[in-house]
Design a protein around this ligand. Structure first.
Ligand code: HEC
Length: 140
């Protein structure tokens, strides 16, 4: 580990400890206010309907920091614990993979690496997070 990596890992641990978000494996998702976004209903869309929508990016930024950052890193800069979500592919292909992950999470051999976030957050909130992630996208 280089210094930068150690620093960001420490920051992540501090964040996790201070928010206590994922303690004991219980998911305590933070409510996301999606007022101002077009309601989408229960059925999941194939593609992000809010791409480039400034309100969605704003909502998504705060929703990300409250619900995803403990594992994926503040401002989506991963400290190495979970994938760096700034690298997710832009557009429809990235949407498909994003949707798959937030609905199904990542569970292997009975271990929950990532909870099924769509059980806790609305489709509106999760597409807002996706809009935010696209706004901070970087190429590998
Ligand atoms: C408890 C930790 C945790 C939380 C909270 C979490 N994730 Fe994850 N996420 C992971 C891990 C670990 C992986 C890698 C899964 C694997 O190894 O298959 C992952 C993978 C992903 C992927 C696939 C990335 C890729 O490059 O393949 C996406 C997309 C994703 N997460 C989105 C989110 C979003 C959006 C949130 C918040 C709404 C979130 N995650 C919250 C731990 C978490």
């Amino acid at each position: 580990m280089n210094n930068k990596k150690i620093q960001s890992t420490l920051a992540l641990l501090l964040l996790a400890a201070s928010t206590n978000l994922w303690a004991h494996g219980d998911v305590v998702p933070q409510a996301v206010n999606t007022d101002g976004l077009e309601p989408l209903g229960e059925e999941w869309l194939e593609e992000n309907p809010y791409r480039d929508n400034p309100r969605a990016i704003e909502i998504g930024s705060s929703a990300y920091n409250q619900n995803c950052a403990a594992c994926h890193g503040l401002e989506a800069k991963s400290g190495g614990i979970a994938p760096d979500l700034r690298l997710l592919e832009l557009g429809a292909m990235g949407d498909e993979w994003y949707k798959e992950r937030v609905i199904n999470g990542a569970v292997r051999d009975g271990r929950v690496y990532m909870p099924k976030m769509a059980d806790f957050l609305s489709q509106e909130a999760l597409w807002a997070v996706r809009s935010y992630l696209e706004s901070v996208h970087v190429e590998e």
